[in-house]
Design a protein around this ligand. Structure first.
Ligand code: NAD
Length: 327
């Protein structure tokens, strides 16, 4: 199968491209190497993808380009059987203007959808986000929960997701949207909480928590996200559907920081700084819909996932740590 992974040099897209190439698929990655975090991680992701293709029966091609380029996107989608649309201006806390989120996350997604409408693809998987929910009315969220995002990022992901569902309903595009809940793991974006806590503790510096640490999160290990995406290669049961892909192992940020501190540097305190007002206080996924439709079942507890990440971090400390420290 020919699989197009937009944003495939990024964190989640990198894992998808690696896995699909290792599984013997012909992978094409479209990525513009946006420098909002250090692009050396993206270079590394590409290396990993190429090695996976060489070790397996698949192939790996990189196209450096932009999802805002409709013609390029149309060409690539036309050659694809599956499209995993991960490219986005990710993250709620960057200082980009709402317009940048809109141009990449909404217009870029429309380019992908328009191309998919013209071409008979097997499936289009859109990477959505728990940030579409905004502040919780109840927890855990199921997909029927109100969607009232509180950040430009969340608003743009909701718009992209709704377009995907409208294209599914009106134009028969076999689109699925997965709402990811705080994904972490090897090669994660360097500016995320877990990579920062681990890096600071290993360098004898206290982990710093935004706000009072009572915010709760589903932390989803990237292997579980990969499993959900992989399942969509084999089933049309979720076409036209939006599904939560989270972990059922919810944790508050203070406990997360404390556990990492206890494991790596018990002598340190946990420190606090100002909260971000674009962060939801709590996020927690009800994953029963994804379980019913595609058999999704998160397998990593937070403790297991953090342990796996720390092990990877230690092995890759030399090149990865400076990127985290500069983020
Ligand atoms: P990431 O930033 O590592 O990956 C996104 C990739 O898209 C990057 O490599 C970037 O260079 C590329 N990109 C950005 N703008 C582009 C453009 N205009 N044209 C082509 N490529 C472009 O982020 P990630 O954490 O891997 O997230 C992947 C997807 O999952 C995103 O759509 C994000 O919104 C979504 N998501 C991530 C999380 C998470 O916790 N990591 C949570 C919810 C949703």
């Amino acid at each position: 199968m020919r699989v197009l992974v937009t944003g495939g040099a990024g964190f989640i897209g990198g894992h998808l491209a690696e896995a699909f190439a290792a599984d013997g698929h012909d992978v094409v990655v479209l990525d513009n190497f946006d420098p909002y975090y250090d692009t050396r991680i993206k270079d590394h992701n590409v290396e990993v993808g190429r090695e996976a293709a060489e070790a397996g029966d698949g192939s790996y091609d990189l196209v450096e380009g932009d999802v805002r380029d409709a013609e390029l996107v149309a060409d690539l989608v036309n050659d694809a059987d599956y499209v995993y649309h991960q490219a986005a201006q990710a993250g709620v806390r960057t200082d980009y203007s709402p317009r940048k989120y809109d141009e990449v996350n909404v217009d870029g997604t429309l380019n992908v959808l328009d191309a998919a409408r013209e071409h008979d693809i097997e499936r289009l998987v859109f990477a959505s986000s728990s940030s579409v929910y905004g502040k919780p009315r109840y927890l855990p969220y199921d997909e029927a929960h109100l969607t009232t995002p509180i950040s430009p990022y969340g608003a743009s992901k909701l718009a992209g997701e709704r377009y995907a569902m409208v294209y599914a309903e009106r134009y028969g595009v076999p689109a699925v949207a997965l709402r990811y809940f705080t994904v972490y793991g090897p090669r994660m974006r360097p500016n995320m909480a877990i990579s920062n806590f681990v890096s600071r503790c290993l360098n004898g510096e206290p982990p710093v928590v935004y706000g009072d640490g009572t915010q709760t999160r589903d932390m989803t290990y990237v292997a579980d996200v990969l499993a959900a995406n992989r399942a969509l290669l084999d089933t049309d049961a979720a076409d036209g559907e939006v599904m939560n892909v989270g972990s059922t192992d919810n944790i508050d940020i203070e406990t997360l920081a404390t556990e990492i501190r206890d494991q790596l540097a018990p002598e340190l305190d946990v420190e606090h700084t100002d909260a971000y007002d674009v962060d939801a206080d709590h996020s927690h996924a009800d994953v029963s819909k994804a379980n019913d439709l595609i058999g999704y079942e998160p397998t990593y507890t937070i403790r297991e996932g953090v342990e796996a990440f720390v092990e990877w971090y230690r092995e890759n400390r030399e090149w990865y740590e400076p990127l985290v420290r500069n983020s």
